[in-house]
Ligand binder design. Structure first.
Ligand SMILES: NC(=O)c1ccc[n+]([C@@H]2O[C@H](COP(=O)([O-])OP(=O)(O)OC[C@H]3O[C@@H](n4cnc5c(N)ncnc54)[C@H](O)[C@@H]3O)[C@@H](O)[C@H]2O)c1
Length: 362
């Protein structure tokens, strides 16, 4: 018997909610966009209009009363992830939660326990597990192309996020390491077949945005894995010139490099700045690297299609709340390492931390 597409509601109507909606629409055989909820009525209605979403709510809890919704994606600021996940789970909806999973480990644990108790999936929206270039690198590594992989580097840099809440550590939990270091940690962990993380060493600073945030805008993180490999995660909100996202994989028998903005982008110079705005570039003049088939090249449609298939039992989840919890612990250790000036061994889970950055700057 044919299985109907999974009916999905989106929480949020900003940057990432728009990506979720566009990605879900690219999998019409598996998923159906049924509703959107966001406290900014104009934005929610506009998003609904752009993506032909039939139901619009200003309070997400009202959306959760809709019996036919099976899955909800959370694309709201970080400090709301835990509360929203618990509400979704208690309403019997599968949850796709954006990164980082939560503000602290207690929240992460409660999210995992509640979803398990309620019998719903907690899926972690780490699209790097689905990014075609990065998936290709992993496939080659898994086939033995590089022999034993001893170093995995992931780097994501731009000049800082678009919305105010990212800069307010009470709502974001930290600066660039929390925002994008979570991608790099997840990537290294996934690439190395989830070998446990043994230790974390981190250096952080605020180089250019000190007037705007208490968070770090530069971070370097070294991860030691139990299998003997090293992860190197480099992040910046201080880098001008738009988004830079790349990986480098080194094995005793080979190496591969993947750059998300080279090879699938158009090196472009614009004197007048007209047209397409490149992600995270403050302007459109000068050199930029517009990516074609952008969503697909990042892996968002592949991710959402997979999550929809998980909800109907067609696939086993490839990115779960457990991955998000591992990342959260490494984030804690990273901030503590920067604060103490030394490497931190895992497991590491000090109590009474409201947000990771408190371990660096109280
Ligand atoms: N995976 C990625 O690459 C990626 C990229 C960007 C953002 N994100 C994540 O997505 C999440 C959202 O980020 P963004 O860039 O879309 O931020 P944004 O500021 O553009 O959008 C946030 C949205 O949340 C909504 N919101 C706020 N309070 C709400 C509430 N109480 N109920 C319902 N909605 C509420 C806002 O109205 C807004 O529409 C964050 O957790 C961020 O880390 C992930």
């Amino acid at each position: 018997m044919a299985v109907m597409p999974v009916r999905i509601g989106i929480i949020g109507s900003g940057f990432e909610a728009d990506l979720h909606a566009a990605a879900i629409r690219m999998a019409p055989d598996e998923a159906e966009l049924a509703a959107v909820a966001s406290p900014t009525p104009g934005n929610a209605a506009a998003l609904a209009g752009r993506h032909a979403i039939p139901r619009v709510f200003t309070d997400y809890r009202e959306m959760l009363c809709e019996k036919d919704l099976q899955m909800v994606t959370i694309a709201a600021p970080n400090h709301l992830h835990a509360r929203m996940t618990l509400d979704c789970a208690r309403a019997g909806k599968h949850v796709v939660c954006e990164k980082p999973l939560a503000m602290n480990l207690e929240e992460a644990d409660e999210m995992l326990e509640t979803c398990e108790r309620q019998g719903v999936l907690l899926l972690y929206a780490e699209e790097l597990f689905f990014t075609p270039k990065y998936v290709k690198a992993k496939e080659m590594a898994d086939q033995g192309a590089f022999g034993k992989v001893y170093l995995v580097k992931q780097s994501e840099k731009h000049f800082g996020p678009h919305a105010d809440w990212f800069w307010d550590v009470d709502r974001s939990g930290g600066g660039v390491f929390m925002d994008m270091g979570c991608h790099g940690i997840a990537f290294c962990y996934w690439f190395l077949d989830r070998s446990p993380i043994r230790s974390v060493y981190c250096q952080m600073s605020t180089q250019v945005h000190g007037g705007r945030t208490r968070g770090e805008d530069e971070s370097l993180c070294i991860l030691e894995f139990e299998n003997g490999a090293t992860g190197l995660v480099e992040n910046s909100w201080a880098r001008r010139g738009g988004m830079d996202d790349r990986v480098e994989i080194f094995g005793e028998g080979g190496v591969t490099y993947a750059n998300l903005h080279m090879g699938n982008a158009l090196p472009t110079y614009r004197e007048y700045g007209y047209g397409y705005a490149v992600e995270k570039a403050p302007g459109t003049k000068g050199w930029s690297y517009p990516v074609f088939e952008e969503l697909w090249n990042y892996g968002f449609p592949q991710e959402m299609r997979h999550f929809a298939r998980c909800a109907t039992g067609k696939e086993e989840p490839r990115a779960t709340g457990r991955d998000g919890r591992v990342v959260m612990e490494a984030l804690y250790a990273g901030y503590a390492s920067a604060g103490r000036g030394r490497k931190i061994e895992l497991p590491f889970g000090p109590a009474r931390v409201r947000k990771p950055i408190d371990l660096w700057r109280a």
